[in-house]
Design a binder for this molecule. Structure first.
Ligand code: TXA
Ligand code: MG
Length: 343
């Protein structure tokens, strides 16, 4: 049942002091806020809070864990979370705040949850050209992870009302209204990685010409495949290989599999392997002993990484149930279990 009209109005506040206070409280509390940016409205969570980030995927009904953009209030915060070379600093100077997202190596000691980066060694960072949202990020003093605030497969929203109508207030307790988004199109995404030319992963308002004018023709290229389907801006993340453990990964099947002393086990909800494995594995971790899918999603990449660091032969996984957020977790595990092409 859709929420009552008054509830919707209470949860839609104009950008200003009251909204700033409420929005920072909701984010600090691990909740989601619909935020204005100059490109499209975002569905924001504290990027350092794994369960909050997981609830973005749950709210959007995303069947896959694509990495998310971390929104910062400026270069100082960006440098706390990503490694910016001279080119990145130049792009910040010329295009920030604005609709340019940079994919740069991530700072490993940073507290951004691995679900934000989908386990990658890189992080996408953007400083939006919206005064309210920058103030909000400054107040909480942490980046906010925010995909476009639309349910998966639907159009990106350019008005607060569109966001409010797309989510119930129990999922999204607050949307901040700062009018129509002036750009209306998602940001340009540029990979800025060591020893590689700048590479446009998603076209946007900052164009190839803009970048070539600054860095030279040979120093900027386009990831061609991404232009095939512009209706699906999620494509760049899907084209990049997500984090895959070095160890072989197998979805555990009782009766078929017998993990040995050289293996590791990733389980869910206190699940255990059926009897027979006399040798205790190198390591066992539980995605969520209480069986909470949000918690499981937020632990997925970091726990895979932790088990992989033990150099097991195989990581056996007892996956969570394939419902709700479990669908995305299962999708990710299946990909990690698929035969490797390049390793
Ligand atoms: O304008 C925008 O960028 C909006 C507003 C809200 O800021 N946000 C947005 O987010 O469009 P989203 O999640 O819809 O798109 C993020 C894109 C995805 O295609 C994802 O694959 C890519 O960024 N991405 C994020 N991190 C990445 C990474 N480390 N490497 C490559 N691609 C990445
Ligand atoms: Mg989107």
């Amino acid at each position: 049942m859709p929420p009552a009209k008054e509830t919707l109005l209470d949860t839609l506040l104009p950008a200003g002091h009251a909204a700033l206070k409420q929005a920072s409280a909701v984010l600090n509390d691990g909740g989601l806020v619909g935020i204005p940016t100059e490109t499209v409205y975002g569905l924001a969570a504290d990027a350092t809070n794994g369960a909050a980030v997981a609830s973005i995927y749950a709210a959007k009904g995303r069947p896959q864990f694509n990495p998310l953009i971390s929104h910062v209030d400026g270069i100082e915060m960006a440098s706390r979370f990503g490694i910016l070379d001279a080119r990145a600093e130049e792009m910040v100077r010329l295009f920030w705040p604005g609709s340019l997202t940079m994919v740069v190596p991530r700072q490993f000691d940073s507290k951004v949850n691995e679900l934000v980066t989908a386990g990658l060694d890189t992080i996408a960072i953007r400083c939006p050209d919206n005064h309210f949202t920058r103030s909000l990020i400054e107040i909480i003093n942490r980046p906010v992870a925010a995909p476009s605030a639309n349910p998966s497969g639907r159009l990106s929203p350019t008005s607060a009302v569109a966001v409010r109508e797309a989510f119930t207030s129990d999922v999204l307790p607050l949307v901040v209204d700062d009018g129509h988004c002036p750009m209306g199109l998602e940001s340009t995404i540029v990979a800025c990685l060591p020893d590689k030319p700048l590479t446009i992963l998603r076209p946007g308002a900052v164009t190839l010409d803009d970048l070539q004018a600054v860095f030279g023709k040979d120093e900027v290229q386009v990831h061609e495949a991404d232009f095939k389907d512009q209706a699906k801006p999620a494509a760049p993340g899907m084209l990049l290989s997500h984090y895959a453990p070095k160890a072989k990964l197998t979805l555990y099947q009782a009766g078929r599999d017998a993990p040995g002393a050289g293996d590791a086990v990733l389980t869910f909800g206190g699940g255990s392997l059926s009897a027979g494995g006399q040798n205790s594995p190198l390591g066992t971790l539980d995605l969520s002993p209480e069986g909470d899918l949000n918690e499981a999603a937020s632990n997925l990449f970091s726990m895979l990484r932790e088990l992989d660091a033990l150099s097991p032969e195989t990581i056996y996984v007892i996956p969570p149930p394939c419902t709700g957020l479990g669908v995305a977790i299962y999708d990710r595990l299946q990909r990690a279990a698929a035969p490797r092409i390049n390793t």
